[in-house]
Write a protein that binds this ligand. Structure first.
Ligand SMILES: NC(=O)c1ccc[n+]([C@@H]2O[C@H](COP(=O)([O-])OP(=O)(O)OC[C@H]3O[C@@H](n4cnc5c(N)ncnc54)[C@H](O)[C@@H]3O)[C@@H](O)[C@H]2O)c1
Ligand SMILES: [Zn+2]
Length: 691
């Protein structure tokens, strides 16, 4: 089974950093001003115009900083960014504004001023009065959304050159956190679109190097429906068309409108550095990639007084993460069999400490990405390499500093079963033999994770597979306590918890089941489409390729992979369906096609207050979102449910009111219809929606 790029793949170049023809970062300082200027202009162009960066972002930032140190007034410094790269000129020359696909940004969507140390930050702070709003600098793609006189979504656009952006309205409607209607007239909201790291890790990390490129690609896909499969979300950080006295009020208002504002706090001068460190540390658990911290003067009158340069607002600055680099040596390349059967390279390097963690391995994604990394002579062992953690988290082999001598050998046989390998497009494949251990264990892992059976980690799965207790996913459902406790390090308590978790997943939504099968191209989007289009598993299994191709967004390649995969797994599917009950959505009748769904959760919004007992707040929010509900971060007039933790519900009945409750009651007295319910009732709602 091989991977071929199907229609769902993004037609977007992967930004792999290869060996730079210019000197490595350590020698930027030795260049003259004019050499530095040339280098900055060169890389800026490669990045913005050719979409093919040769050096990493932190390295580019160092280069710019080297120029700024030597020649603070260099005109090149203010020409960095898309406009400086000539994009704007090109757009205007092409008479862009008469082009229906483009939008003029007024005022332009500017860049941000940058700094790399506390001293520079404090100097900036001394230019104005009042406190500062701090927020993470989200490493995504800038986007604006405009709303009309009735609050309807009019258009959305990319930042483009800063002055001229590209229209992406239909795609933006598929982005989480972009309300289609707001309770405000004639506003423009600006913010950052990004791919949550959880989505990137689950669906794309094996084939793509960077969530930011995927985000940019998804926003520009011709087929807006297909964009949905990328799970892109939007953080709002600014609004035009309404004036506020402070940034804080602005961010609160955005939350009330239903946007997801970037998490922000107000701080004073002596807390600036401490908040940089706090946000830096938060990378370990954040679900988005960030590349620094943004500071903004809180008082609007001070912002107006400071104004703008042509490149950035003076009232704002980004304190960028240095990108913790470390040199190491590439010792080996391991080849892992993925759940789709692709055999992908993983680099094993000498231990190096980066952002507080020891890194010894980094995914090299796939054969083609590995080749690009190695450059003309190919990747070699014992190469000196530069390691980073992307977004401070994902270990990444940034570039080769000095090549070694021994070329990496590409296996001719699958490391799991010995089947001969072959290349298909970017990927190394094999027609795995039935007993391919690596592929089987990976499939078990994939099944468990998509069926949301917690506790089945890779170690335990290997034990289960090697002991013969589980050879395919249907065996999970016949495991007994005795069998489980016969394994090393599995006690009765662990066994019972596990059995209970498996039991809870005997009744699942059909799209989750389809996706869990681990069939190439049968991901979230195609599974959902199939389940929406066909009423039963039998109907899905019987669909011929020609019919699948007729479904919008399913191309020929996808259709072939899916039908072939389902046929190959017929036996497994039969054995699973005798143990699992699949839930299909109620068929929609023609007349109510546009009516809100009758799921008690889909399309409704939920906000939580007080302490939840059955799960954490973020788990509760995840469940709501998984059922297509919304989770605004504050009380809106249009809110459907305010959920009170069970323990606090008694207090509520006794007269206690949280801020959120007070607000909800006030809105209700003004005509809103917010249901205030307790946790147990919420659980009943989600269970009903899940059923
Ligand atoms: N590798 C290379 O060769 C190369 C060359 C040129 C530029 N670059 C990189 O391109 C990137 C983009 O540069 P730039 O100057 O256009 O953008 P920038 O890095 O100055 O950032 C400005 C952007 O930050 C975004 N942002 C994210 N979170 C925000 C928040 N909380 N508040 C306000 N704004 C927020 C905004 O959308 C805004 O457009 C930089 O990271 C730079 O390193 C790399
Ligand atoms: Zn194999």
């Amino acid at each position: 089974m091989g991977r071929t790029s199907g229609a769902l793949k993004i037609p977007f170049k992967i930004n792999v950093t290869t060996m730079s023809k210019l000197p490595p970062s350590s020698s930027w300082d030795k260049l003259s001003v004019s050499e530095l200027e040339d280098a900055v202009a060169h890389h800026n162009r490669l990045y913005w115009v050719e979409n093919n960066a040769e050096i990493s972002d932190p390295e580019f930032d160092r280069l710019v900083e080297a120029l700024r140190q030597k020649s603070p007034d260099s005109p090149i410094l203010t020409a960095i960014g898309p406009a400086g790269a000539g994009l704007e000129e090109a757009a205007v020359q092409a008479d862009a504004l008469h082009d229906a696909h483009q939008v003029l940004h007024n005022p332009p969507m500017l860049s941000l001023d940058k700094c790399y140390d506390e001293e520079t930050l404090l100097k900036w702070f001394d230019k104005f009065e009042g406190d500062v709003l701090v927020s993470p600098k989200v490493d995504g793609v800038a986007m604006c959304v405009r709303y009309g006189a009735n609050g309807e979504l009019l258009l959305a656009a990319t930042r483009g050159s800063g002055r001229v952006g590209e229209l992406i309205t239909e795609n933006a409607k598929q982005v989480g956190g972009v309300p289609h209607k707001v309770d405000a007239a004639g506003i423009e909201v600006r913010g950052e679109a990004y791919m949550p790291l959880s989505v990137f890790r689950a669906d794309f990390a094996a084939d793509y190097a960077n969530p930011r490129n995927l985000t940019a690609g998804a926003l520009k896909l011709k087929d807006a429906q297909a964009a949905k499969a990328y799970g892109i979300r939007f953080f709002a950080y600014d609004v035009l068309g309404v004036e506020f006295d402070t940034e804080l009020e602005k961010m609160r208002w955005l939350a009330e409108l239903g946007f997801d504002p970037v998490g922000s706090t107000i701080v004073s001068k002596d807390e600036l550095q401490q908040n940089f460190e706090r946000i830096d540390a938060s990378q370990a658990h954040a679900d988005f990639q960030m590349d620094g911290v943004v500071y903004r003067a809180n008082l609007r009158e001070e912002q107006l007084r400071l104004g703008y340069t042509g490149h950035h607002p003076r009232y704002s600055i980004a304190y960028k993460f240095q990108g913790d680099f470390g040199e190491s040596t590439l010792r080996e390349v391991h080849w892992n069999v993925s759940r789709t059967g692709a055999i992908n390279p993983v680099g094993i390097v000498d231990p190096v400490t980066l952002s507080g963690a020891v890194v010894t391995r980094a995914s090299l994604h796939n054969l083609a990405i590995m080749e690009t990394l190695g450059g003309e002579q190919g990747l070699t062992l014992n190469s000196r390499v530069l390691m980073t953690r992307r977004g401070g988290v994902i270990p990444h082999l940034e570039k080769i500093i000095e090549a070694g001598e021994q070329p990496v050998t590409i296996p001719t046989e699958c490391p799991g079963c010995g089947a001969p390998t072959y290349r298909e497009a970017d990927v190394l494949c094999a027609d795995h033999l039935p007993g391919c251990r690596a592929e089987r264990v990976r499939q078990l892992e994939h099944f468990a994770s998509h069926m949301e059976i917690k506790g089945l980690g890779p170690k335990l799965l290997e034990q289960l597979y090697d002991s013969g207790l589980v050879s395919d996913p249907s065996d999970f459902y016949t495991l007994t306590r005795e069998e489980l406790t016969s394994l090393e390090r599995v006690g009765t308590k662990t066994a019972d918890t596990l059995l209970e978790r498996i039991d809870q997943r005997r009744r699942v939504r059909a799209e989750h089941f389809l996706r869990a099968l681990g069939i190439n191209e049968l991901g979230r989007h195609v599974s959902e489409l199939l389940v929406e289009t066909y009423p039963s598993l039998d109907a899905i299994l019987a669909v011929p390729v020609e019919e699948l191709v007729a479904i919008p967004t399913i191309g020929e390649v996808i259709a072939e992979h899916v039908t072939k995969g389902l046929a190959q797994k017929a036996e497994l599917i039969e054995s699973l369906r005798s143990k699992i009950e699949l839930v299909f959505p109620e068929p929609k009748s023609e007349s109510d096609a546009d009516a809100p769904s009758d799921s008690p959760v889909a399309g409704r919004s939920f906000l939580f207050t007080g302490t939840l007992e059955s799960m954490t707040r973020s788990e509760a929010q995840k469940r709501v979102r998984a059922l297509s509900g919304d989770t605004p971060s504050s009380v809106l007039k249009s809110l459907d449910y305010l959920v009170i933790g069970d323990a606090d519900y008694e207090k509520f009945e006794g007269g206690w009111r949280s801020g959120k409750l007070k607000k909800a009651e006030r809105y209700n007295s003004e005509g809103s219809a917010i249901s205030i319910i307790k946790e147990t009732d919420f659980l009943a709602l989600v269970d009903a929606a899940d059923a």
